[in-house]
Design a protein around this ligand. Structure first.
Ligand SMILES: Cc1ncc(COP(=O)(O)O)c(C=O)c1O
Length: 400
């Protein structure tokens, strides 16, 4: 009998975390490696947020809180949803967890039974399929194309729904493509959902605040109030406020689901860190000007990376609307060989050879369910990005 559970055998560790760890190991061994594989802003947490956390410690806010968030934070989240998204949640419809990741995991654990299906558009954030598997459900992948801007269409959604579909997971702006759904594109999907009352929507809006070129963000429950009662609107401060290490995510959703998620947290992590909750409260209620400043920098870096990659023969890089990722195609490089004779058979061989030979760590497209691509996180300094693009160019040009 195996010591480890059968469920765990169905799950793989996060490939993005694995690649970042390999890059760190190579650096520790003295190699010159540029890692563009991690999904976190390179900016520091704003000073007023840090100050709020220090004040919380000094004020003795160092005890357990309610399992799914303290009342003041839930109230601030209700205000955020109402003023920024036009969504009217009351505090009993709000859950706060250890990052958006725990919120998504709680919701899947709270609702999935064996055989329940979860529709996931590919390319997808690496954790969705494995979280579904851990919770005992079945991920159902729908491949999008560069032509549709890596976005799920109404016809694709309609074709993927079965009587066993429990959730549709939507992520806009997206990790890994940066693609973001415009109002009419969300409406096309919600029109389909109106016809299938048994399907719930998990809208992962974690990159909401990172959208460029006047893109207007919208979320499904706002676009179609008819699906509000079966939508979980997920968000957090990790990406918007450069707070990945603080671990605060949250969601608004139906009261019975939120109560079920609270039960899971009460029996697993008890509550998100009290200090981090005070920091998140300051993030939501305090000045937001850093977001515009960060976005101006992200936009400039995106443009630079897209331009440099598109200048390389064999790479085709669409311009994304948001997040801090680009997801270029390397179709033009497949079949070529490195100087030592390694054939670039797929995106994984490309990324491995690039890391070993040129010292640039990226994540291969297969990890996100759509090949042949790679993901660059451009949450890094301009000169680092420029150097990485130059190394990629030289590596690609060396292929025969
Ligand atoms: C699409 C997406 N959703 C959710 C998360 C989770 O973010 P956190 O748990 O830091 O709030 C991430 C983090 O990389 C992400 O990329």
């Amino acid at each position: 009998m195996s010591f480890l559970s059968a469920t765990l055998a169905r799950v793989k560790p996060s490939p993005t975390i694995a690649i970042s760890a390999r890059a760190r190991e190579m650096k520790a061994a003295g190699r010159d490696v540029i890692a563009l594989s991690a999904g976190e802003p390179d900016f520091d947490t704003p000073d007023h947020v840090k100050a709020a956390a220090k004040a919380a410690i000094d004020a003795g806010h160092t005890k357990y809180t309610d399992p799914d968030g303290m009342p003041a934070l839930k109230a601030a989240i209700c205000t955020k949803f109402r003023t920024e998204n036009g969504l009217d949640y009351n505090p009993s419809q709000i859950s706060v967890g250890n990052g958006g990741k725990q919120i998504l995991y709680d919701a899947l654990m709270a609702t999935l039974n064996p055989g329940d299906e979860v529709i996931i558009a590919a390319p997808y954030w690496v954790s969705y399929p494995d979280m579904v598997l851990l919770a005992g459900g079945t991920p159902v992948f729908v491949e999008t194309t560069a032509e549709s801007g890596f976005k799920l269409t109404g016809a694709q959604l309609e074709a993927a729904i079965t009587p066993r579909t429990k959730w549709l997971i939507l992520n806009s702006p997206s990790n890994p493509t940066g693609a973001a759904y415009a109002w009419d594109e969300v409406k096309e999907l919600t029109d389909v959902l109106l016809r299938h009352e048994h399907v719930h929507v998990m809208s992962d809006d974690i990159y909401e605040r990172l959208a460029y070129d006047d893109f207007r963000f919208c979320t499904p429950a706002e676009v179609e109030p008819g699906i509000f009662a079966r939508t979980l609107t997920v968000n957090g401060v990790s990406k918007s406020h450069a707070m990945t290490g603080w671990r605060i995510g949250y969601a608004g959703g139906p009261e019975d689901l939120i109560a079920a998620m609270r039960k899971i947290q009460s029996q697993s992590t008890s509550n998100p860190c009290s200090i981090s909750q005070w920091a998140a409260l300051a993030a939501l209620e305090g000045p937001q000007d850093h977001i515009e400043a960060h976005n101006a920098i992200f936009r400039r870096r995106r443009n630079m990376v897209v331009e440099r990659l598109n200048a390389i023969d064999g790479i085709d890089c669409p311009v994304p609307d948001g997040a801090f990722y680009v997801y270029p195609s390397i179709k033009g490089l497949i079949g070529r060989s490195t100087a030592d004779g390694t054939v670039i058979a797929d995106d994984e061989t490309f990324v491995t050879a690039l890391l070993n030979e040129a010292g640039v760590a990226l994540v291969f497209g297969a990890a996100f369910g759509l090949s042949p691509h790679f993901r660059i996180s451009y949450a890094a300094a301009d000169d680092v990005l420029a150097q990485a693009c130059e190394r990629i160019r030289r590596f690609c040009e060396s292929l025969r």
